[in-house]
Design a protein around this ligand. Structure first.
Ligand code: TRP
Length: 336
């Protein structure tokens, strides 16, 4: 059995928030240090285009996300960390895979169906109104990301599981037609990583406008934490940890002993104001060293750029010869 290859992409929209940190960045960074694993991490900036982001937004988000991963300790000597658009072999493979992708398969993509549903619900005459080919073909670009590096394991959130399964379907069809060239990937969904709630108690998400950026400056961090929704129980009244956003966030950062100590304070009726102060101080202490580094990196984007280019060069050492093999298999080859 050959070694598993892990690969995951991060779409470059928005500023990383603590929900991203707990759900994807922290486990990804842990895994990047595991010498027994081969890991690829990349910034999916071409995918960001499918969301019609504006240019400033994409470029700023690329810088912020890359700087965040670097500041939080990604081991980029061991793991390969790059930007999707630096690998021209990926869009080329996307086109090749398009020729092996049934249109009907793309019709079934949840994200596309959801966009159609919005149009239907709003009574639009055209169910495809405002839907670009980039949104429609999004899963094929994602398949190319994965198949380009022979990834066998793809850690993703539950919402991306179908896309990885589609990549597998496309690879299977390709292999059936052209021989055993592509490696079949499978999704890895970790149900143990916490899904954090945001300021209003709904899932923390950029689109709900309820997120706490990982590297919010101290003052802003305090302000946001003070805004987290609580119930109206008074100081001294026992409180439930089960439906408390403050508790969930604390737990996602603290160790078991610290979490148990806070649970005890809940039972004793800690005041919400005090709990907010405790949470603020805890996160602030936890994040401050990385925040300093993050601020240095975002203040000097050339350092981040150099790191991404280094990663792209390593990635292309793999992608370039492999694409040659794929091209040869499909008959796009030198004539003599
Ligand atoms: N679509 C993924 C998301 O929105 C990001 C992504 C792009 C990705 N390419 C990928 C994830 C390849 C895993 C593998 O989260």
């Amino acid at each position: 059995m050959s070694q598993d290859i892990y690969l995951t992409g991060i779409t470059t929209t928005g500023t990383p928030h603590i929900g991203n940190y707990v759900g994807a960045i922290r486990p990804g960074i842990e895994a990047s240090k595991d010498r027994g694993k081969k890991n690829f991490y990349f910034l999916a900036d071409l995918h960001a285009l499918a969301k019609n982001e504006d240019p400033e937004n994409i470029s700023r988000s690329t810088l912020e996300i890359a700087a965040a991963w670097m500041a939080l300790g990604l081991d980029s000597e061991h793991a390969i960390f790059y930007r999707q658009s630096d690998i021209p072999e990926i869009p080329q493979l996307t086109w090749i895979l398009s020729s092996m992708t049934a249109k009907g398969l793309m019709n079934r993509a949840h994200s596309y169906k959801a966009a159609v549903q919005v149009n239907v619900d709003s009574g639009s005459k055209d169910p495809d109104k405002g839907i670009t080919m980039a949104l429609y073909s999004y899963p094929i670009l994602m398949a190319a990301d994965i198949l380009m590096f022979k990834a066998t394991k793809v850690p993703v959130g539950r919402d991306q599981k179908q896309h990885v399964e589609m990549a597998r379907d496309v690879a299977q069809r390709f292999n059936h037609h052209y021989g055993d060239v592509l490696v079949l990937p499978e999704p890895v969904i970790d149900d143990n990583t916490a899904v954090l709630s945001g300021l209003d108690g709904r899932k923390m998400s950029k689109s709900y406008n309820n997120a706490i950026p990982v590297f919010a400056p101290e003052k802003q961090l305090r302000k946001l934490i003070m805004k987290i929704k609580t119930n109206s129980l008074e100081p001294g009244e026992p409180k439930n940890t089960a439906d408390s956003t403050l508790f969930d966030i604390f737990k996602a950062f603290a160790n078991d002993a610290e979490t148990n100590a806070i649970a005890k304070r809940y039972a004793e009726g800690i005041a919400w104001g005090e709990m907010k102060q405790i949470l603020f101080e805890y996160i602030n202490d936890h994040i401050t060293p990385a925040r300093d580094k993050y601020e240095r990196l975002t203040g000097d984007p050339a350092i981040v750029e150099a790191e991404l280019r280094k990663g792209a060069a390593r990635a292309r050492e793999i992608a370039v010869p492999y694409l040659e093999e794929i091209r040869d298999a499909i008959g796009i080859r030198r004539l003599g």
